[in-house]
Write a protein that binds this ligand. Structure first.
Ligand SMILES: [Zn+2]
Length: 357
């Protein structure tokens, strides 16, 4: 058990600090770090990288992947969970390793955006790019209204009308399902694989290609009740849903409509089945709620407005960035303590699940 003070210390104020803490925890355990550097600098001119620690026998047939920072600014709790798990060193069953992938979207983490340096939502980027790209007609209808020339918008009549006509769920889907036609828009899935996409695939090939079973926990924030961790089924193989429920208890499913999240095109977990085709994969997204969704969407719109209209480095943009960070990362003990408690339980449960596999 960790006390509140220790839990607080796992969390950081910036990407650079999160990286330092992750490094320190790995070094303390005598584990080496494999860094995949991005050729861009961070918000404080720091090095940006995805850092990998493999904890366990190199030929382990069971691998638990703990992933942080898919959505950059959401990386703070994921990083804390990784650092805390390295420190605690929970007992691993025989033939089992933990693969920590820290900050798979380091640019978004450092610059406090959800998206990558390419303005891409990484969880919409794992699609086939050699055919025709998915269409999102709903987004097409509301793109201009979401990101108008002036911020804040004078009114949101177009959006309100869309919502009235199509209902709340369709409205949420139009915005966040993913779109591939507007590179300066929201929830843009990209038109090619991003750096983070190819880097994650490379990491999987190096560290997990020979695994027989892979468990994965991908930590996110921003949907659901404050401090509550929703366990969202993250594979499409319905046979493994039963396993997931045996390990972790209640699991929601975006395809069954039981999750606060909508189904998305091209989530990162797709790479696990593609790069490790021999492995059985049992994975969840652990989604920690923060604040009401209307507030989240409004601030994400503001962040994308800054990007779309080139308003970076102004007083207004700094305020929006800070707001986005505060909304996706409540830096308060009454959020951090339950987040750590639930996430560390999820890690322990995954290891127990692998033991009985
Ligand atoms: Zn997320």
């Amino acid at each position: 058990m960790m006390n509140a003070e220790h839990i607080d210390e796992l969390f950081s104020d910036s990407y650079a600090q999160a990286r330092e803490k992750f490094f320190a925890a790995a070094h303390q355990r005598g584990l080496s770090i494999d860094s995949y550097e991005l050729d861009l600098k961070g918000a404080r001119d720091e090095t940006l990288a995805t850092d990998v620690v493999f904890d366990g026998p190199r030929d382990a047939s069971k691998v638990l992947i703990v992933l942080s920072g898919v959505h950059g600014v959401e990386g703070f709790p994921g990083s804390a969970v990784q650092t805390g798990a390295l420190q605690l060193d929970p007992p691993k069953p025989d033939d089992t390793a933990i693969l920590y992938v820290h900050a798979i979207n380091p640019h978004g983490f450092s610059h406090l955006r959800r998206v990558t340096q390419e303005n891409v939502d990484l969880n919409r980027n794992f699609i086939q790019f050699n055919g025709s790209l998915p269409q999102n007609e709903g987004y097409h209808e509301i793109h201009e209204a979401l990101l108008p020339a002036q911020w804040p918008p004078e009114d949101d009549q177009v959006l309100q009308q869309y919502r009235l006509t199509h209902g709340d769920k369709k409205f949420q889907c139009a915005i966040s399902l993913g779109q591939y036609q507007y590179p300066d828009g929201m929830f843009f899935g990209g038109q090619t694989p991003t750096w983070s996409n190819t880097t994650f695939r490379q990491i999987l090939r190096i560290y997990a290609a020979n695994a027989a079973v892979i468990a994965s926990v991908d930590v996110h924030t921003g949907l659901g009740p404050y401090g509550y961790g929703e366990k969202i089924f993250a594979t499409r193989d319905i046979c493994t849903l039963k396993n997931a429920r045996n390990w972790w208890g209640e699991i929601t499913d975006v395809h069954a409509g039981s999750s606060t999240s909508v189904p998305m095109s091209g989530p990162i977990q797709v790479a696990i089945s593609q790069e490790c085709p021999l492995a059985k994969h049992i994975g969840i997204c652990l989604e920690f709620g923060t604040y009401p969704i209307e507030e989240m969407i409004m601030t994400l719109r503001a962040d994308h407005w800054v990007f779309r209209h080139g308003k970076q480095n102004t007083a207004q943009s700094s305020e929006i960035t800070q707001q986005l960070k505060d909304l996706f990362y409540p830096n308060h003990a009454d959020w951090k303590t339950p987040v750590w408690t639930q996430a560390s339980t999820v890690v322990t449960q995954a290891l127990q699940g692998l033991e009985n596999w």
